[in-house]
Ligand binder design. Structure first.
Ligand code: AMP
Ligand code: MG
Length: 424
């Protein structure tokens, strides 16, 4: 018998907790971008994910043009710094001038095309106009105040790569190179529901009074807001009672026509936690214990669609409001981005910052502490880090990613991830 085989009467060791990294790796290995590309007007493409590389249809700028109001000249005519030239033409933006005769100047405005023959622009502040003549009190260098054709973008150059989430800047760039519409991935279809007999919707408590033992369904607001930020098409099935039957029914319905089902609550192993048996009845499920605080339990699996052969992904978040919020930011966010077709690194950007507090004893799990940037450029810690204390998420600017077992002393450098980095 080998030394590593346990005696037959010993209980099996509890499964070790997954690290955040291990959980992420498993999730991302399962995520494939959704099929389905649609062509949408560039004006309506904000927040969508580009499906194919885009090349410019033109040189930007499309022709040499002036970057100043002034006079287009031949630099050779102006070398003495006091040239007197006849103003033979006027070229506002949008019109095309005539070839510039030697010894003449063209009145020109910002954005107007440089006429053939001119090789510099002298800004109007360095010129004196009198009648149809101008005195040019500056000897320009060749090309002065001229924006060259193709200086920003050459025709045919790739301006946006597939897998880019389109923000206003990307839309402006696409429009500047003549792209009236863009191929984007179809929106991710996400179904959500919230388990718990204690849940009540704000405004719906009987008689306006929250019943004893009841709580408001805050996760519905947090999770829907997050999904909206990520441009998902959301189907919200509301509150589902704590029963196997109801949970299974909600799952079947939610699998239809959706890519992903997200739930909150019911992922612990209490008698009232029905997510595990319900998902197992209609699909496949892994119950994870992740070495993360808050947010230890997370369920990941798939629910079969009844008609077709396919299935919808399933992610069961913990019920505690801060846990479900943070679990979304850490695990659902990167998974969603991959399903949406976002390419490139998914890690949120983090900053090394100074802790202006101490945490005498680090948790044995990887803790994500709600903290706020103070006026001195350091971080303050929210005093109550409880997994039900939503105030911490409103007060805080982001999360300190604190490794397992690490105590923090005032002045230490910690890893800070702003909430803004986690919501796109
Ligand atoms: P559970 O994961 O179902 O055991 O729930 C853990 C804790 O989170 C309990 O205190 C629940 O009352 C609370 N909770 C569950 N679902 C929600 C929700 N949708 N909104 C706010 N709190 C919730
Ligand atoms: Mg519950």
């Amino acid at each position: 018998m080998s030394a590593t085989t346990p005696p037959a009467n010993e209980k099996p060791a509890p499964r070790p907790m997954l690290s955040v990294r291990e959980a992420l790796d498993t999730l991302l290995a399962a995520a494939r971008p959704v099929d389905g590309i649609e062509q949408v007007p560039t004006l309506e493409a904000n927040g969508r994910v580009l499906a194919q590389d885009q090349a410019s249809t033109i040189d930007v700028p499309s022709a040499d043009n002036s970057s100043m109001d002034g006079y287009a000249v031949r630099a050779l005519d102006c070398i003495d710094g006091a040239a007197s030239l006849r103003v033979a033409q006027r070229i506002p933006a949008g019109s095309v001038g005539q070839p510039l005769e030697p010894g003449t100047a063209a009145r020109i405005f910002t954005g107007a095309m440089i006429p053939p023959g001119a090789d510099a622009v002298v800004m109007q502040e360095q010129c004196e106009a009198h009648g149809d003549m101008v005195t040019v009190r500056h000897a320009p260098r060749l090309g002065e105040w001229i924006r060259r054709a193709g200086e920003d973008i050459g025709r045919g150059a790739t301006i946006l790569a597939a897998g880019t989430r389109l923000r206003s800047q990307e839309l402006g760039l696409a429009a500047s190179s003549g792209l009236a519409s863009l191929p984007v991935r179809r929106r991710l279809r996400v179904a959500v529901f919230f388990t718990g007999d204690e849940l009540t919707m704000p405004g719906e408590a009987p008689g306006g009074q929250l019943a004893p033992g009841a709580i408001y369904n805050s996760n519905r607001f947090t999770l829907r807001g997050l999904l909206e930020n990520f441009g998902c098409a959301i189907s919200d099935y509301g509150i589902v009672p704590d029963s196997l039957e109801a949970t299974r029914g909600a799952l079947r319905e939610a699998a239809r026509g959706h890519d992903l089902i997200i739930t909150s609550g019911g992922v612990s192993v209490g008698e009232e936690d029905h997510i595990k048996p319900a998902v197992e009845a209609v699909g496949r499920l892994d119950m994870w214990q992740i070495a993360v605080k808050p947010g230890k339990p997370l369920a990941f699996g798939e629910v079969r669609k009844d008609a077709s052969a396919g299935s919808a992904f399933f992610m069961g978040l913990p019920g505690n409001p801060v846990s479900s919020f943070i679990t979304f930011l850490l695990f659902v966010r990167p998974f969603l981005l991959r399903l949406q077709g976002v390419s490139g690194p998914l890690e949120p950007r983090a900053w090394a910052m100074r802790a202006d507090f101490s945490l005498p004893k680090g948790d044995r799990r990887n803790e994500f502490l709600r903290a706020r940037i103070n006026a001195g450029g350091g971080l303050d810690l929210f005093p109550n880090q409880g997994s039900g204390v939503l105030t911490s998420t409103v007060w805080g600017d982001g999360l300190i990613d604190n490794p397992p077992g690490r105590a923090i002393n005032e002045g230490d450098t910690v890893r800070f991830i702003p909430f803004t980095e986690l919501q796109h």
